[in-house]
Design a protein around this ligand. Structure first.
Ligand code: MRU
Length: 339
């Protein structure tokens, strides 16, 4: 199934529980707002575009669950849900974007049934569009890859970070589809290991050759010329920087030092047209994510920990940004991206 989907019969949200991969593939159902928020906070569903869909479905779920019989009551309930969903993870702009898009769409409704119907159909549309957008990103990006390339990636910007296909991994999938032989180096992506748990699993399912390295090996493999290109996703793109999984900045500096092209693949919904580096809150996650691995203790249980989920890569380290509207080279002017 897709990473996240709407169950038409039960009017609930279905998703692949990404915290269990690769040990177990399990589809879970979110039938309440609190279960959805818990799933977002704990990264059962994660990745910027998938969070966009989760945000949209979340508001649709709130509309379905509300017992309000008047329009203002229903809209009030949905606004409360919208705020709650947006607060679960602050950095990936797509989450708020998905919520706002559904909230905006319901302004066309003239009764409570209309609000509920529009909320569901808009959320479903967001999910459908995400797949088409990723295919377009893939088509544009595939042209940047040469037959025989080895591409390094970080975190998971694959089908499990989206509704389907993927952004960074979508580019690789599309290149493979055109007959190019592409090998991937996946960085494990401490502390939650989206790279080792999810990216490797996804690529192996598709028989795309992948080799796992620790994050700290990226300098070595780039210096040894084992990497032709780097492609990562993004959680938020402002005019000056790209926010992506912690570790991305380090890879970009090393790639620049070794003149290895460094690409960011992301939908337009990841662009934050009003923001800049200082305006965005980087999510700080729990210290125990570093002190423990599952139940395994890795550090003194009271050691002070700094655990930002994302870092910031300046535009000067980026060769091009691959979107559904084409490939943009520096300087990245938002007006041009939108034109
Ligand atoms: O904390 P996560 O797993 O949600 O972070 C995901 C990333 O940083 C991805 O690289 C990013 O969202 C791009 S996904 C297409």
């Amino acid at each position: 199934m897709r990473t996240i989907d709407w169950n038409k019969e039960s009017k609930t949200i279905m998703m692949i529980d990404q915290t269990l991969l690769p040990k177990e593939y399990r589809v879970i159902e979110c039938a309440t707002l609190s279960s959805l928020c818990e799933a977002i906070k704990t990264l059962r569903v994660r990745g910027a575009p998938a969070l966009g869909a989760a945000g949209g479905f979340g508001v649709a779920l709130a509309a379905t669950l509300s017992s309000a019989i008047a329009m203002d009551g229903l809209i009030k309930d949905m606004n409360v849900a919208a705020r709650t969903i947006k607060a679960t993870r602050p950095t990936a702009v797509n989450l708020a974007w998905g919520v706002d898009r559904v909230m905006h769409a319901i302004s066309d409704a003239y009764d409570v049934d209309g609000i509920r119907d529009i909320a569901i159909s808009e959320a479903v549309r967001i999910a459908e569009e995400d797949v088409l957008i990723n295919k377009k990103i893939g088509l544009y990006g595939a042209k940047l890859l040469d037959d025989g390339d080895t591409v390094m990636t970080h975190c998971n910007a694959g089908r499990l970070a989206c509704v389907d296909w993927g952004t960074a991994l979508g580019v690789i999938r599309s290149a493979v589809e055109t007959g190019k032989e592409i090998k991937v180096i996946a960085c494990e992506t401490r502390p939650l290991n989206q790279g080792s748990r999810i990216t490797t699993w996804e690529l192996m399912q598709d028989n795309i050759p992948v080799t796992l390295i620790t994050d700290s090996m990226s300098g070595h493999v780039m210096r040894e010329r084992m990497v032709d290109k780097v492609i990562v996703g993004a959680d938020r793109i402002t005019e000056d920087v790209v926010f992506n999984k912690i570790g991305t900045y380090t890879h970009s500096v090393i790639a620049k030092e070794h003149e290895i092209p460094f690409y960011v693949a992301a939908p337009i919904s990841t662009f934050d047209f009003k923001g800049w580096e200082g305006s965005v809150r980087i999510e700080l996650r729990k210290p125990d994510e570093l002190r423990f691995f599952g139940n395994e203790q890795l550090a003194p249980s009271d050691v002070p920990v700094y655990n930002p989920a994302f870092d910031v890569t300046p535009m000067e380290n980026i060769t091009a940004i691959i979107t559904e509207r084409g490939v943009f080279h520096p300087p990245f002017l938002l007006d041009e991206v939108l034109a």
